[in-house]
Each structure stands twice: as structure tokens, then as C-alpha cells.
Design a protein around this ligand. Structure first.
Ligand code: FAD
Length: 333
């Protein structure tokens, strides 16, 4: 039996443990430095697409998202409403807590340290055949991440709608997502925290209950880490343009779990996936914007003047080469 230690009880680490659960070949333990899951700041938006292989307990669904609004310089550009749900606002701590309970062997208050290529819990070396790093942005170089800040307020917004705000002069965006009570109002991008705070003031509504922030990886997949020892945001599985990391991290764990179970090479399996391809395109578009369009003029224009359905498909990683050409022009390829 292979003893597997997973470091980090975020969406990546817990879903990996869930996918390996009940397999005789693996004895899995998850270590989490915090006292409970889901403490890291997040807006809790989850696009549909993982329900087939992971339970989303009903109680952890705050609302089903059926529409989105896009603003440019605070002017409403699109107000789209779907019949079908596009995703959910989940109570992420509860969702992760339920997953942890389902898995069983999750040790909280257990910060793992690395010394001379060995992993330790309270000075005792981890007794494992394989250690998998699922520590999110905490293990990613700062230069591969951007800051994101968020206010939790009592401002009530339509529970079925998420709002995105783009600005001339900012490579990044702000959002208003519904919460169980009130909303989460945040912003992330290529700017200092003070500038982000200043920008988001324009859409900040309601009484502020909490303010927090974290970094989010915008680099794309970190190729050196495709060795089967990293998963989730620690591997770079965040859509660089949107900052969406929950669903991609869970999908990366599914690919890693299947590779371990079937004895296949994770690097090869991951590189074959649509996830890898689409994550890399997001990172490439962002890199080109940083180099050639730092004020995001062309990127904002592409997003706000294209067919909203196409923009949505690009945002969630469900696009092809033709879509890229339609959005950004032939020179992108
Ligand atoms: C402000 C903000 C809003 C966001 N909103 C969204 C959103 O709405 N939708 C979305 O899809 N994505 C969002 N993201 C991104 C998303 O939160 C992450 O990409 C996602 O949680 C990554 O999952 P993960 O499991 O890889 O890492 P994480 O969720 O970061 O989990 C890593 C875990 O590892 C633990 N850990 C770290 N170091 C150690 C250690 N040494 N020992 C033990 N444990 C350790 C941490 O405490 C943490 O619990 C947002 C990010 C930010 C910053």
C-alpha cells in the first residue's frame, strides 16, 4: 500500500483525497495548517462541470447563478440571463468541511515544513511514500501571482447574478458576487493594494462586515511542477484572465488521482487535457496584454464588444482556436 501525504486541505487537496478514497492501494492523509477548511479569502463562485465526479452537498449551495452583468468603466455593457444555471455560489468552507468529513483522515492545525527535501510535522518527519503539495498560492513565487482584495458587506444583490467590472487602465477586474447574506465585493489585478482599494470604492455598497485579501496565481501551469507532486493552484491551475481556481484545481486532482490509480504518467495525462490547453491560453493572452497592452485597452474592448456567449465560453475555458481568433484577431494564433 502506498502511503500518500497531501499537504493542504483546499479544493485541490481534499478532492484528490476524495478521488483516492476507498482504494486499497492508497493510504491517504491530508494535513492542513489552519484549524478548519476554507479560511483563505475567495468569492466562492463555482462554474458547473464537476458535479459528475464530486458531490456538491445541497446545504453548501448558497445560490445557483443564472446570469451575469459586465460593466466597463461602471457602464453596463451586458446583462445576460440564462435559463440553465451557469454555476453556483457555494459556501466553500462548508463544502470543504463536508468533503473532509467524507474523507476521514484530515489533520487540521498541522502545518508541514520542508527541510533538506524532507517534510516535517512538529519536527517529526512524515512517514510517507509520496508527498503531494496542494498548498495553493502559498507555495507559488510572488512574481507568478497578483493581489486580490475583497469586502464582505450587507449589500443585497440578486442571488442568481454575478457582476464583473472592467476599467480602462487596469489589467484586472472587480466583482460583486452574492453571499448568503449580502455580497462579496472584490478586485484583483496588476496594481498595488492601495490602487485596488481606490478602484473598488466606486462599486462598494452596504455596511462592511469584513475585509481581507490574498494573492492569486496568474502564471498558468508551472511546467516544472508537472511531476505528479503538485496539484491545484500550487501547480498553477487558475484561469489567468478570470482568477477562477476552484473548478480547475479539482479537475487537476481528478487527473492526478486517475494517473495514480492507473499507473500513468501525470505529465502526459495532464498535457493531453483540455484544462491544460485552456489554462495556457488564458496565461498567454494575459502575458501578451501585459507586454503589449498594459492598460488593458484592447483586452477590455475584446471582452466588452464581442458576443457575450463567446466571452463566457472563453472565461470558463470552453473555447477553441476559432473562438480565440474571433475574440482577439488572427494574430493571436
Ligand atoms: C480574493 C479571491 C477571490 C477568489 N474567488 C474565486 C472564485 O470565486 N472562484 C474560484 O474558482 N476561484 C476563486 N479564487 C481562487 C481560488 O480561491 C483558488 O484558486 C483555489 O482555492 C485553489 O485551491 P487549492 O486547493 O489549490 O488551494 P487553496 O484553496 O489555497 O488551499 C491550500 C490549502 O493549503 C493550506 N496550506 C498552505 N501551506 C500549508 C502547509 N505548509 N501545511 C499545511 N497546510 C498548508 C492552506 O491553509 C490552504 O487551506 C479566488 C482567490 C482570491 C484570492
Amino acid at each position: 500500500m502506498m502511503k500518500v501525504s497531501i499537504i493542504g486541505a483546499g479544493p485541490a487537496g481534499l478532492s484528490l483525497a476524495y478521488f483516492l478514497k476507498g482504494r486499497k492501494e492508497f493510504d491517504v492523509t491530508v494535513y492542513e495548517s489552519m484549524s478548519k477548511p476554507g479560511v483563505k479569502p475567495c468569492a466562492w463562485g463555482l462554474i458547473t462541470g464537476i458535479e459528475g465526479f464530486l458531490p456538491i452537498p445541497k446545504g453548501s449551495i448558497i445560490s445557483e447563478i443564472k446570469g451575469f452583468r459586465i460593466y466597463l468603466n461602471n457602464k453596463l455593457i451586458f446583462d445576460i440571463r440564462n435559463k440553465e444555471k451557469l454555476g453556483y455560489i457555494i459556501d466553500k468552507p462548508l463544502f470543504l468541511q463536508k468533503l473532509a468529513e467524507d474523507i476521514g483522515d484530515v489533520k487540521f492545525n498541522s502545518k508541514i515544513t520542508l527541510k533538506d527535501n524532507k517534510y516535517y510535522l512538529n519536527d517529526k518527519e512524515l512517514d510517507s511514500d509520496k508527498v503531494i503539495i496542494a498548498t495553493g498560492h502559498y507555495s507559488v513565487e510572488k512574481s507568478m501571482t497578483i493581489p486580490a482584495i475583497q469586502y464582505i458587506t450587507d449589500y443585497e444583490i440578486d442571488k442568481e447574478v454575478v457582476e464583473f467590472y472592467f476599467y480602462s487602465g487596469l489589467l484586472g477586474y472587480a466583482w460583486i458576487f452574492p453571499d448568503r447574506e449580502g455580497s462579496k465585493i472584490g478586485i484583483g489585478g496588476y496594481a498595488g493594494v492601495d490602487e485596488l482599494k481606490e478602484r473598488v470604492k466606486g462599486i462598494l455598497k452596504g455596511r462592511i462586515k469584513q475585509f481581507h485579501g490574498a494573492r492569486v496565481t496568474d502564471y498558468g501551469v508551472i511546467e516544472d511542477r508537472l511531476n505528479g507532486n503538485y496539484v491545484g493552484e500550487a501547480l498553477g491551475t487558475v484561469y489567468a484572465i478570470t482568477g477562477e481556481g476552484i473548478r480547475p484545481s479539482i479537475i487537476s486532482s481528478k487527473i492526478l488521482a486517475d494517473s495514480l490509480i492507473d499507473g500513468r504518467d501525470f505529465r502526459k495525462e495532464f498535457k493531453k487535457s483540455k484544462l491544460y490547453w485552456s489554462l495556457n491560453w488564458h496565461a498567454k493572452v494575459l502575458k501578451m496584454s501585459k507586454e503589449r497592452d498594459p492598460n488593458a485597452v484592447r483586452l477590455s474592448k475584446a471582452i466588452t464588444s464581442s458576443d457575450p456567449e463567446l466571452v463566457l465560453r472563453f472565461a470558463i475555458g470552453d473555447f477553441n482556436r476559432l473562438d480565440l481568433i474571433k475574440l482577439f484577431g488572427r494574430s493571436i494564433i
